[in-house]
Design a binder for this molecule. Structure first.
Ligand SMILES: Cc1cc2nc3c(=O)[nH]c(=O)nc-3n(C[C@H](O)[C@H](O)[C@H](O)COP(=O)(O)OP(=O)(O)OC[C@H]3O[C@@H](n4cnc5c(N)ncnc54)[C@H](O)[C@@H]3O)c2cc1C
Length: 307
């Protein structure tokens, strides 16, 4: 769920029921990136689906847990190396130590968005850069009526536009990273016992398991976060990250379209990789909240700061 307001009106079906020693999870999620190949999935579910903001939980589910299964694996137009799958949890028992109750569901959603959207901006900018490089490679061999295509001024104008847009994209996602570090979740990476936490938390699964086994370490991390990051700061991070996400992914699609124009009919030829860039870029406009939703989150951040 990408939006607090949507959560209030959504018809939710993912339930976590309290049982001795943990929770019984029943949930279905679609389009989960790497869901079919990951060792663990983090599933959001609700103790009471009528009161999602007050009762949301995060549960870590190993893919070999009894009751866990993978449903449909999507045939996607782009980013095909990253499978998107349906995951199904039917009466999966999740021990207490592998669960976290979110005291504040809205804050949990915003925290996730503040962390994940900047990197989508970076990914999009990388796609655009790859597309520009492929275009240059194409131009290095393309002659029309005996003359190099790159000698034409309309081509040169488009190349400059593409490069300029990519440079601007770099600034935006770096801004999101700096905001996260200055005001958001990144603040706690270097503080006290929590420096155990984030970078390796993601990279080393053995460490991840240790943190899960040690509720004290996890609690300390959450308390440090609560103390040091205010709601206004968090919304500011979401707004800046959402800006990077929608601006960079829109930019990547525009850059790819320009490349398609330069290559003309050759753009359809997969050997140049430009059509692949366009398919990849288009997906970045959709996931991590559609770009419309990202725009709304930017405005929400502006209004909350304005007040
Ligand atoms: C390849 C891929 C990988 C994904 N990976 C994951 C994953 O790993 N984990 C995960 O949890 N999810 C994942 N998703 C889901 C993804 O986050 C959602 O699909 C995405 O956020 C869009 O939400 P939705 O599908 O509910 O569309 P909807 O929100 O239903 O949107 C449908 C349309 O309505 C528009 N719309 C909706 N609300 C508004 C509004 N308030 N104002 C204006 N327009 C609006 C949207 O812009 C869109 O055009 C993935 C999706 C894709 C495509």
């Amino acid at each position: 769920m990408e939006d607090v307001d949507d959560l209030k009106v959504a018809r939710l079906g993912s339930r976590a029921d309290r049982v001795p020693g943990g929770y019984r999870l029943n949930a279905r999620k679609v389009f989960i990136s790497n869901g079919s190949i990951a060792r663990y999935n983090v599933v959001t579910a609700y103790e009471d689906v009528q009161r999602p903001l007050e009762t949301s939980m995060s549960l870590v589910v190993p893919n070999d847990a009894p009751g866990f299964s993978v449903g449909r694996v999507e045939r996607k137009m782009g980013q095909r190396l990253c499978p998107a799958a349906e995951i199904i949890c039917e009466d999966v028992f999740v021990p207490e130590a592998m669960t976290a109750r979110n005291d504040d569901g809205a804050r949990m959603i915003d925290t996730a968005l503040s962390i994940t959207r900047g990197p989508v901006g970076a990914m999009s900018t990388g796609i655009a850069r790859g597309c520009l490089e492929r275009t240059l490679k194409y131009l290095a061999q393309k002659r029309v009526d005996g003359r190099w295509l790159f000698e034409q001024q309309w081509v040169q104008l488009n190349l400059a536009e593409m490069f300029g847009a990519i440079q601007a994209g770099r600034g935006l996602y770096m801004d999101a990273a700096i905001a996260l570090e200055s005001w958001g979740f990144g603040k706690i990476q270097s503080s006290g016992p929590t420096n155990l936490g984030v970078p390796r938390f993601i990279r080393k699964s053995s460490f991840f398991e240790r943190v899960l086994d040690d509720p004290r370490a996890a609690r300390q991390m959450l308390e440090a976060y609560r103390r040091s990051v205010t709601t206004v700061d968090l919304q500011r991070c979401v707004a800046i990250a959402s800006t990077a996400k929608f601006m960079c992914s829109d930019m990547a699609v525009r850059v790819c379209m320009k490349a398609m124009e330069i290559l003309g009919e050759d753009a359809n030829d997969p050997q140049w990789g430009v059509e692949k860039c366009l398919r990849d870029a288009k997906l970045a406009q959709i996931f991590e909240g559609t770009n419309q939703l990202n725009r709304l989150h930017v405005t929400r951040g502006l209004l909350s700061r304005g007040s």
